[in-house]
Design a protein around this ligand. Structure first.
Ligand code: GAP
Length: 498
């Protein structure tokens, strides 16, 4: 039997979700392209994400910023000095590895929290050698993961491809604060590409060198933000937390938001937002409760800019267990303070009668990782092969078929298709048996199929079939657009039509 990874990758390649980039030239490690279905799914995911997170507050907006950033900006943010991974290089064959991943594979011990010196001591005592040639490793070194760029014809201006979209929001903070009439909290969201020269890209889209992020930076006054949080909204949400200690024992604690806040474990603003992110994965993306956990990062594990850091992890059979797909980060005033020093521009603002440097809460999502997670978890292979994507994210919303390829049915079906195509991502198919056509749509997650049969010619109605139950109802052609629209947006449940 094929591994889960192979099943998901096969679906992606055969049907057009995902392809290795520049494949005809042998590909390039850490780079993937989205095919026609993947690109549609990605666009719909981004729309859903934008609707969900920007509606959290009237003062949250989407911006769009450049991928190349100046050296000075990334020096001030700390990335030039700290955005590093520990690299192990074989002294015999020259192969390089990300120390954290290799040592975990070879010794089953985590070195994530170790310093360079501790890793050096660790490899000298542990019996580890290069998996490629068996050679010994040279001393571990720090490797900066940013891609440098030489700007201009003489290449005199140094810059980098952005390692996170977040920086665009910090660099535009002052402009937006003025344009948005000086109000906190203020949210700036960016969806775009980020670039990291990962030492060991692997596992499909999990560790890429060019990838997609959707990040919301919430700028707030730490003295007043808590008062703005609608605490009742998430008070009873149950968070599935794996503490830094619990992760090692594979233990998940289920705690209500109100409890974790009352016990002083997390501030309200953080617990509330992590609950909203958890809800997004469960309710909007269809990730089952037991497949998601909120993993706390200890002081040694978290990114250099974070004061509180929880990863959203999803249990993925294709990648061998819990994998990070997103993060909620309290970055304090690290970023604006750094940019104030680096640029000599004042980043402080007047709020509540005093001058403050706003703090930042960051909701950060890996789009590629999340899309992969959805393909892994929602794809069932078996007697019926079905991809149970939420209707809003399915690349094709509705398939349209004539029951048979004669007796005027294709003509009528094309007529219906032409009407639906104006409002929905519709797909017309008359090749093969009706069963095969349903199966092809099920495999790519199409939630509804419309079939035109002999009766349609007389009574001007069609059958609508639901992917998950395979149940069918008859709907008049006049009502079809309205009905499909309310099914796709979740206003009506399919059972209610019966
Ligand atoms: N602005 C904060 C930030 O960038 P991060 O944890 O480094 O934080 C955020 O990245 C998310 O971006 C991760 O949770 C992950 O989903 C995604 N991500 C990070 N590195 C990635 C890579 N090499 N390939 C694919 N996705 C990646």
């Amino acid at each position: 039997m094929r591994s889960r990874y192979d099943q998901v990758m096969s679906l992606s390649l055969r049907r057009g979700f995902l392809f290795p980039s520049a494949e005809i030239y042998g590909g390039l490690a850490g780079f993937y392209d989205y095919g026609h279905l993947g690109a549609m799914m990605k666009r719909k995911w981004e729309d859903l994400w934008t609707d969900y997170f920007l509606s959290l507050d009237d003062n949250y907006y989407l911006i769009d910023t450049t991928s190349i950033l100046p050296y000075k900006g990334l020096k001030a943010s700390g990335h030039v000095d700290h955005f590093t991974d520990v690299m192990l290089t074989c002294s015999k064959c020259g192969e390089s590895y990300k120390a954290e991943l290799l040592l975990e594979d070879l010794t089953e011990k985590s070195v994530e929290a170790m310093t360079l010196e501790e890793i050096r001591t660790f490899i000298s005592t542990a019996d580890v050698s290069c998996p490629e040639c068996g050679g010994k490793f040279a001393d571990p070194s720090q490797f900066n993961m940013m891609f440098p760029v030489a700007i201009g014809t003489a290449g005199k201006d140094k810059g980098f491809l952005r390692p996170e979209t977040a920086q665009g929001a910090y660099l535009n903070f002052k402009r937006e604060y003025e344009a948005l009439r000086r109000k906190l909290p203020m949210g700036l969201a960016i969806i775009g590409r980020a670039f990291r020269n990962e030492i060991s890209p692997r596992q499909g889209t999990y560790r890429m060198r060019e990838f997609l992020q959707a990040e919301l930076q919430i700028f707030f006054n730490p003295k007043t933000f808590e008062d703005r949080i609608p605490r009742e909204e998430t008070a009873n949400d149950v968070l599935r937390i794996a503490t830094a200690e619990g992760k090692r024992k594979n233990q998940i604690d289920e705690v209500k938001v109100s409890e974790i806040v009352d016990e002083g474990v997390l501030p309200l603003f953080f617990a509330h937002h992590i609950a909203l992110v958890q809800r997004f994965y469960h309710k909007e993306l269809g990730i089952p409760t037991e497949k998601l956990r909120l993993a706390e990062l200890s002081e040694e594990e978290r990114a250099f800019y974070n004061k509180i850091h929880y990863d959203i992890e999803v249990d993925l059979e294709s990648l061998g267990g819990w994998r990070e797909v997103a993060g909620v980060h309290y970055r304090s005033d690290h970023d604006l303070t750094g940019h104030e020093k680096g640029s000599n521009e004042r980043m402080s603002v007047m709020d509540g009668g005093e001058r403050i440097i706003p703090h930042v809460l960051e909701l950060s999502f890996g789009i590629d990782r999340t899309l992969w997670a959805m393909l892994d978890i929602l794809y069932t292979v078996g007697e019926r092969t079905v991809l149970r994507l939420p209707p809003r994210i399915a690349p094709i919303s509705v398939g349209v078929f004539p029951l048979v390829n004669k007796a005027g049915l294709p003509e009528k079906a094309r007529e219906v298709y032409r009407v639906l195509r104006r409002s929905f991502d519709a797909f017309y198919d008359d090749a093969g048996s009706i069963g095969r056509r349903y199966a092809r749509m099920d495999e790519i997650g199409t939630p509804f199929c419309v079939t035109i049969d002999h009766q349609s010619l007389e009574s001007d109605d069609v059958t609508v079939r639901e992917r998950d139950s395979t149940d069918q109802v008859r709907i008049s052609i006049d009502d079809l657009r309205t009905v499909l629209n309310s099914l796709l947006t979740g206003v009506t449940k399919f059972e209610e039509l019966k």
